[in-house]
Design a protein around this ligand. Structure first.
Ligand code: SF4
Length: 369
């Protein structure tokens, strides 16, 4: 699409009335909406980044019950938070939340109130700072996440790329101009709710939308053309082999030292270079590669017993294909970074891929005895 000049805004007063009335009548009953507590709002916003409401809700309830304020979380070791976070992914969020809790605890335990001060905390970006400042403290600042970006771009028919200038600036200006100044927290949540429930990326439910009379994209009949986004970089495929080695009710794991998931435990194995893959990305000889990798890295001699089902897993920009094999040790000892692990060793946590492979290959190992 061609770059446009700044589009005209619909009449904000009527639009605000319509959207807020819809929000009051139709908003989903979500646990963080009953609390205006800044810590609870912050926790919910961090959990909801790259995570669905259904997946985030049990984590929110568990984490808030265990660490009801920043001081409580700051007093806990990071490993405990990572163990509670297990399965949710994007662990960087947990590390940053822990750092934020420590900074806040050192300053007396109260989260700052103003958007600008919240922005200075580790890992809190403009969206999260605006959500906390508006919802918990009524500051009139627009919170622009992916849902809001989509709704506003469609409402004003913005033909510019919303991730680059000038589109980014135009979108932010429009979001701020539309904001209901007396109810900024409700307004921000209402726009997000509209994006999450009706104004979806594909097939938005425009007939049910309270803003359809205001919406430029709807009038143009090309709603799915907005927001204009940069072309996506395709994910990088990575093929791995991994060993499931069990002895006396314990499984052999390795402490991961590199990103992603540094500090987590994983099944030992290796990433296969391209020359060890078939043209369609399968290992040429997975068992031999696994035996060689564990011998080279840990001086262990393996006997591979059977191939286990392929496990596919996406993490940030990687698309992992893990080929696990059940194996036994014929010689060598587990030395750091390897260790024998059972479910009663609560931390550090397992990577999501390793936990899922174990859940399918040896589910009893993941049950606490
Ligand atoms: S009318 Fe359709 S495209 Fe426009 S805001 Fe509503 S749901 Fe989104």
């Amino acid at each position: 699409m061609k770059s446009s000049t700044s589009p005209a805004l619909p009449d904000p007063r009527k639009l605000r009335r319509r959207l807020l009335a819809w929000y009051e009548a139709r908003a989903r009953d979500l646990p963080w909406r009953t609390s205006g507590d800044p810590w609870a709002v912050l926790l919910s916003e961090i959990l909801l980044q790259q995570t669905t409401v259904a997946a985030a809700t049990p984590y929110y309830e568990r984490l808030l019950a265990r660490w009801p304020d920043a001081a409580a979380l700051a007093a806990a070791p990071l490993d405990e938070l990572l163990a509670e976070w297990a399965g949710l992914g994007y662990y960087r969020r947990a590390r940053l939340l822990h750092r934020t809790a420590n900074v806040v605890a050192e300053r007396g335990g109260e989260l700052p109130r103003a958007h600008a001060e919240l922005l200075a905390l580790p890992g809190i970006g403009p969206y999260t700072a605006a959500a906390v400042a508006s919802i918990a403290h009524g500051e009139a600042v627009a919170a622009v996440d992916g849902n809001v970006e989509r709704v506003v771009a469609r409402l004003i028919g913005l033909r510019d790329d919303v991730r680059r200038q000038p589109g980014k600036r135009r979108l932010a200006q429009a979001a701020q101009a539309l904001l209901a100044p007396r109810r900024p927290g409700d307004w921000n949540q209402a726009v997000m709710e509209l994006g999450a429930t009706l104004c979806k990326p594909r097939s938005p439910d425009c007939p049910a939308c309270p803003l359809r009379v205001d919406c430029v994209a709807h009038a143009r009949g090309d709603v799915e053309a907005y927001p204009v986004l940069p072309a996506r970089t395709p994910p990088t495929p990575v093929t791995l082999v991994a060993a499931v080695i069990v002895r006396r009710g314990r499984v052999l794991l390795r402490l991961r030292e590199n990103a992603p998931n540094a500090g987590f435990l994983e099944l030992p194995g290796a990433t296969l270079p391209e020359e060890q893959l078939t043209p369609d990305g399968a290992p040429l000889d997975g068992p031999a590669a696994l035996v060689a990798a564990l011998h080279d890295a840990h001086a262990l001699k393996l006997e591979v017993r059977e191939a286990l089902p392929l496990h596919k897993h996406a993490i940030t920009r990687w698309r992992l294909r893990v080929h696990p094999f059940r194996a036994t040790l014929s010689s060598g000892a587990a030395r750091a970074p390897l260790r024998w692990w059972s479910a009663s060793d609560s931390s550090p946590p397992l990577t999501t891929a390793s936990r899922r492979i174990l859940a399918s290959a040896q589910p009893e190992l993941l049950q606490l005895s």
